[in-house]
Design a protein around this ligand. Structure first.
Ligand code: CP
Ligand code: NVA
Length: 308
């Protein structure tokens, strides 16, 4: 069916519109127990070069609940940490495990794993993209509003990995997206251009802006992420100043639609990119969003590894 994916999920752009909708439907059905998937005997390798709570735990629990298993392949416990080349590691791992979920820095390293492993490789976050997060986000939006096409999402903050996957995912889902960042922190123009091209087909609108209030106007979803991503810690102080006005707070929420919801991929820094009041407030769907990582990734795993 349309949920057959392959060979992996390195970018949200690996999914066409039909595959994206089919995955979200599968995730929804798995969540509600209307459908089952079976990965008995399958093993997912976790290669994480950065910290993770949600992604690591939700992939692990997803595999266990689908009848499969995971193995931790962190660089500190493998020869990767001692400099064994990716292309060698990938070819070997591909002969043991059935899939790899990889969190690393460079998108090119992820692509090298995919090129050599010969098994499905899933992007568990790179500096460039975070596709699994955005599948959970779209699932959350769809659950909340009962539809995707025709809605508007405003992303406020850093034009980072999460912003890139949101641009691609929203465009494919027919969700208009406005990204507001300080000067010098806009998303990769190539990703913006690609999102605009996709949006031309789906009827969505893509805007790259400076003003968070302009972005929030008419939005059904307000979204933000940390100002300083993993690997950028040296820039923290500078970013604290530059991003000061890029916060989801009561004033920004007031600019959005009355029924607007607030999302954050987490972890959050209260008082920086989002206020405690909004995080804990009536419009927050942040905890449902975190839960949906589990359901969305079950759908990804089933579609990639289930032999469906
Ligand atoms: N949102 C997200 O990916 O969280 P973790 O870094 O905890 O996995
Ligand atoms: N942009 C953040 C997302 C964390 C889930 C980072 O890359 O650190």
């Amino acid at each position: 069916g349309a949920t057959r994916l392959g060979p992996g999920l390195l970018s949200l752009d690996d999914l066409d519109e039909a595959q994206l909708h089919a995955l979200l439907t599968l995730a929804h059905q798995l969540k509600r127990g209307e459908r089952v998937a079976n990965l008995h005997g399958k093993v997912l390798g976790l290669v994480f070069l950065k910290a993770s709570t949600r992604t690591r735990v939700s992939f692990t629990v997803a595999m266990y609940q689908l009848g499969g298993q995971v193995i931790d392949l962190s660089p500190s416990t493998t020869q990767v940490g001692r400099g064994e080349p990716v292309r060698d590691t990938a070819r070997v791992l591909g002969r043991y495990v059935d899939g790899l979920a990889i969190r690393t820095f460079a998108q090119t390293e992820l692509e090298e794993y995919a090129q050599y492993a010969g098994i499905p490789v899933i992007n568990a976050l790179t500096d460039h993209e975070h596709p699994c997060q955005i599948l959970a986000d779209l699932l959350t939006i769809r659950e909340n509003f009962g539809r995707l096409a025709g809605l508007k999402l405003a992303y406020v903050g850093d034009g980072n990995n999460v912003a890139h996957s949101l641009l691609l995912g929203c465009a494919k889902a027919g969700v208009s997206i406005a990204v507001a960042t300080p000067e010098g922190f806009a998303p990769d123009p190539a990703v913006g251009a690609r999102a605009s091209e996709i949006a031309g087909r789906t009827g969505a609108e893509v805007q790259i802006l400076r003003d968070p209030f302009e972005a929030a106007r008419g939005a059904h979803v307000l979204y933000t992420d940390v100002w300083t991503s993993m690997g950028q810690e040296a820039e923290t102080q500078r970013r604290l100043q530059l991003f000061e006005h890029y916060q989801i707070n009561a004033a920004l929420l007031h600019c959005a639609e009355a029924e607007a919801i607030v999302l954050h991929c987490l972890p959050a820094h209260r008082g920086e990119e989002i206020t405690d009041e909004v995080m804990e407030g009536a419009r927050s769907r942040i905890w449902d969003e975190a839960e949906n990582r589990l359901h969305a990734q079950k759908a990804v795993l089933a579609a990639l590894m289930g032999g469906r």
